[in-house]
Design a protein around this ligand. Sequence first.
Ligand code: WT7
Length: 632
Amino acid sequence: MSSKKTQLEGEVFYPSAEVATQARVPDWAALAKRADEDLEGFWAAEAEELEWYRKWDKVLDASEKPFYRWFKGAQTNIVHNCLDRHQRTWRKNKLSLVWVGEKGEVRTYSYFALNRDVSKFANVLKAMGVKKGDRVTIYMPRIPEIVIAMLAAAKIGAIHSVVYGGFSVDALQGRIEDSESKVVITADGGFMNGKIVELKKTVDDAVRRCPTVETVIVVQRTAHEVRMEAGRDYWYHELMKLPLAAGVCPTEVMDSTDPLYILYTSGTTGKPKGLIHGHGGYQVGIYSTLKYVFDIKDEDRYWCAADPGWVTGHSYIVYGPLLMGATTFMYEGAPTYPYPNRWWSLVEKYGITILYTAPTAIRGLMRFGESWPNRHDLSTLRLLGSVGEPINPEAWKWYHRVIGKGRCPVMDTWWQTETGMFMITPVPTLPLKPGSAAKPFFGQQVSILDDNGKAVPDGEEGFLVLERPWPAMAMTVYKDPERFVKTYWEKYPGRYMAGDAAKRDADGYYWVIGRTDDVIKVSGYRLGTAEIESALVSHPAIAEAAVIGLPHEVKGQAIHCYCLLRQGFKPSPELEDEVKQHVAQHLGPIVRPEKVTFVDSLPKTRSGKIMRRVLKARAQGLPEGDVSTLEE
Ligand code: WT7
């Protein structure tokens, strides 16, 4: 790709002839126009590429909006399309999953082998009494069994709730409680930076307070000593040896709108929301976006370096690539352990062709300089991707030049747990502007609105709003449909408010700026201030706390806490450390605050609400804005 100025504004990277000639979508505008004119027709054609036990009566039912129902009347199971249908073709012998552990172990699964292990584990879950509609919590390291567990649950119609392994006791407990899971699937531990992450211990602590949990299934990964409670805890490898774990298991027939999973995510206030994604619309949305944006071909080795515990992993490590019949690569550990060339050596050794990661990882690796990637043959790469937060043009250009050697287009994909699939994204043939996620995906329309719902002029900042329904949209918030309506659909009736600020430029390219609510993006992880504040006040020294996110060079944002101490406690560096440790212990290492400041008062409104934006402005030496409601 070359960077040259033409009629498009700003710095633009045009696709090379190599990219253009092999692209699945040679003409972005033509397909966009077709989808725009016939949204349902576009998605129906995409859906026809998958298999259904029964076809839909209606592509889109909007009669109870915002509870849109896609492919109404259809019957399917996403696992049928991920695994079952490939058994009848040559793909049965194709690699579905290539996995590399932190200690260098390699495990590979053909589509046949993955289907066999998923079927075996599905039979185990059934034997444990798991039925269609039951919730199963999965809290695991990045090992193949997390994929197997998710697919096995889905295969028998259970609803999985994956909790990211970087979370800790309080976060896990809250999510198990809300989902009322009967079964928790975990591992003794996981490896990260050469150390053991004590997953089973965390599960023990969390489950002690969760009466719904009857069974804990434990994969042996680290083989260090863990406590196993008789009658509750079972080893995965022992269960998988039992005759009941037969290698054949029927796939449950699901309605298109039956729930597939719950995924908890932080919002403006209160506890995390359990977003629900279903079988039918979701599979069509992620299949289609992955196909067009990452242009996956049979000879690709696709690597999404996220964790399955986040929506990126659900949609684009586990389900999406398998729907495509692709080979997906997964690794355990961290980008810089044992050395900052871990990723580049994996790209070389396994011939990775598509790499999809987050800006924070790029910035982190950039700091170690070019000599680490330059030591490796990265010539297999043909496409790069970014997700999770806005990518600064400097990181974009480094990624493009040093990793992609100027040949690989960077797909900056904007989307959310709620959207399930890419919503603003380029395709490989679209000219790219570093820092912009380019244009709405086919069939989508994105508006930038002011507070009153009026479109702002191009170039000005406003609220990012999605105008048209899409098949992978979350169906509701688990047990709280009102919250679903209130959070996303009430400010601008009939339109989806994403919670982000953005601009559109004169070329119709979108530039996402960041969250407009109390969500903090730390290393691309979405964290809520409310959850962190409640962990803070559970420390005996802290009476009251407010949390904000402030810019951080590598992490994007970092957590800053302002705490009022209880009587009898004095500020000290030791106490600051202790408080940081306390938060990390309760919520997880990824939630460890950057800084804890002890204060005498917090800016509040007269009704007692903490004004975080005032704290934020003060911390950055910016004007405080409208403080007419401030009482301090
Ligand atoms: C929020 C959603 C969806 C995958 C991972 C995050 C931010 C996500 C981009 C991007 C700018 C981005 C937004 C969004 N975000 N991708 N390409 N450019 N911002 O999912 O945890 O639900 O977070 O991540 O602020 O609202 P999530």
